[in-house]
Design a protein around this ligand. Structure first.
Ligand code: ATP
Length: 532
């Protein structure tokens, strides 16, 4: 079942449409990034899903439940939507320890939950630990310091992590004193004691006619019984420990936020968001306060987190690299309008329009204006840079006339209130040595080439000749700007290039992933290759 469905969502501020008729399905367990330039409507969209902003019109469903419907007057408040949010300014409570920061929200939860036989759960857990004497000894030896003294805090943390225990169970195990002089004591009497205790508990429940399944849940006719209640302190502890393990902050539980680095604080904030196990995690630029290195590290941790928690993540960013590397699907928005919603590499190689082509990719894609027509053999005969003749060979057979008609057809939008930002149109940039020189008018097509698709060749057969305008070696790759008359193209080549500034070079476009757009509508016509 899809997790989040937005249907015809519009958010208006007066006559300004911050989000304009957005339709989006965010699949269960996916990682979706909302990407776009500043002010495009990303945060507004996220806040509407969260319930922190009310859409003007439309419907939002989360996990099959309608949480907002303007027609039916449904608007479920944020705290009832089972979503967790993490914002850019994630203020931790400075006067609370890390543990309390994470557990605080859990103490306030009061909702319908399964009921557990906690006493039976604890005894069974202790029996499991006692049965696993090899791991128990390893944990103990790991917690010994140089003088062979046991460090209790470390030992408790290690027990918790190794056996997935609460701190209360870990402390009880320590009180049993299962270790002495680098060894385990004979555990048989302890095992017998706990087996006996387990029998007593089981009898108690049997006499009371209580059904319990293998997960220690109370059931009736094999269905877990649910009641409205708060979490017990053991359950809270288990949840805090679990999320702390995921974001690797188990050792900082007793510290205050001021005693942590920025990255550690960020991880506490993530743990705090994760602790109530939300169905959906909504994050608004959560890494923007971190330095570049930490950002990279946290990005990879977020990816792991997504895998480990199986949650659905919706993540706002204006950093296209972050959006590309984290997401299963990128939702690219401009001026409140959805531009493309597809996997990152599809968005990169097959952008729907000039805006998407330009927004994704660093260095930016090269745009070349072209005039010409589709000839009978199915190739475009084009003139670029005002004089250079090339053939653009589409990867697919085209009915251009039909396609252009379809692409240029505009449905008359029926706005409830006259839209102030409706005439905004993306303007692509043609890179030139001198921006003052006028471009040709009446352009029909725009050809786009990614920097990595420009290659250099010695001979001048089927190549274009230009000069090196600038050269920027960065070790792993070199960025080169090529000059053709007044025009500039950017290329990126792996390794080092043996050229000098102003030297003549021959280059060509070595791929069938070149793009040709209709200038009028800005939409992608097709992919193909160029023959010079
Ligand atoms: P950024 O990356 O800069 O945070 P964004 O894509 O998240 O931008 P939003 O915060 O969603 O943008 O805002 C979308 C548009 O709605 C912006 O143009 C903004 O000025 C406008 N807007 C947001 N809140 C209000 C408001 N309360 N009243 C009027 N206009 C608003």
């Amino acid at each position: 079942m899809p997790e989040i469905v937005l249907t015809n969502i519009t958010k208006r501020y007066g006559d300004y449409y911050a989000v304009d008729n957005l339709n989006l399905t965010i699949e269960n367990k996916s990682f979706v990034t909302l990407l776009g330039p500043s002010g495009c409507g990303k945060t507004t969209t996220l806040r509407m899903i969260a319930g922190l902003e009310t859409p003007t019109t439309g419907r939002i469903e989360i996990d099959g439940l309608t949480v907002f419907d303007s027609e039916k007057g449904i608007n479920i408040p944020a705290n009832k939507r089972k979503v967790g949010f993490l914002f850019q300014n994630y203020a931790l409570w400075p006067n609370m320890t890390v543990y309390n920061n994470i557990s605080f929200g859990l103490k306030n939860i009061k909702e319908e939950m399964k009921n557990y036989a906690f006493d039976l759960m604890k005894v069974s857990k202790i029996l499991d630990v006692l049965a696993n004497d090899k791991d128990l000894l390893t944990v103990y030896l790991d917690a010994l310091d140089k003088n062979k003294e046991v460090n209790e805090t470390i030992l408790i943390n290690k027990l918790i992590d190794k056996f997935d225990l609460t701190i209360y169970t870990a402390k009880e195990i320590l009180q049993l004193k299962p270790f002495a002089d680098d060894k385990l004591v004979d555990l048989t009497p302890l095992k017998e004691k706990y087996q006996e205790e387990k029998k007593v508990i089981l009898n108690k429940y049997q006499e009371a006619n209580k059904e319990i399944n293998e997960n220690f849940e109370f059931t009736e006719n094999n269905i877990p019984v649910k009641t409205v209640r708060r979490l017990t302190k053991e359950e809270i502890d288990l949840k805090v420990r679990r999320v702390s393990r995921i974001v690797k902050i188990g050792e900082y539980m007793d510290r205050y936020p001021s005693e942590l680095s920025g990255g550690q604080q960020q991880r506490v904030a993530i743990a705090r968001t994760l602790a109530p196990e939300p169905l959906v995690l909504l994050m608004d630029e959560p890494l923007s306060n971190l330095d570049a290195k930490l950002r990279l590290e946290m990005r990879s941790e977020l990816q792991r987190l997504h895998i480990d928690t199986h949650s659905t993540i919706v993540y706002v960013t204006h950093d296209q690299l972050e959006a590309m590397t984290l997401a299963n699907n990128i939702c690219l928005i401009d001026n409140g309008l959805l531009q493309q919603y597809e996997p990152p590499l599809t968005v990169y190689s097959k952008p729907n329009n000039l805006f998407v082509a330009d927004f994704i990719g660093n260095p930016s894609i090269n745009f070349i204006e072209a005039n010409g027509s589709l000839s009978k053999d199915g190739t475009f005969e084009l003139k670029i840079f005002g004089k250079e003749k090339i053939k653009f060979i589409p990867n697919e057979k085209l009915n251009l006339e039909e396609k252009l008609k379809e692409m240029r057809h505009k449905e008359e939008a029926n706005y409830m209130v006259e839209k102030i930002n409706k005439d905004y149109k993306f303007k692509y940039n043609i890179s030139r040595v001198d921006d003052e020189i006028e471009l040709e008018e009446n352009i029909e097509f725009v050809v786009a080439i990614r920097p990595e698709h420009i290659s250099f060749v010695k001979d001048d057969k089927e190549t274009i000749s230009g000069t090196v305008y600038s050269l920027m070696p960065a070790g792993m790759e070199t960025t080169i700007k090529l000059r053709y008359d007044n025009f500039l193209l950017t290329g990126v080549v792996f390794g080092v290039l043996p050229y000098k500034i102003d030297e003549k070079v021959n280059f060509k476009f070595n791929t069938n992933q070149l793009l040709i757009f209709d200038k009028e509508s800005g939409k992608l016509i097709t992919q193909g290759s160029i023959k010079i």
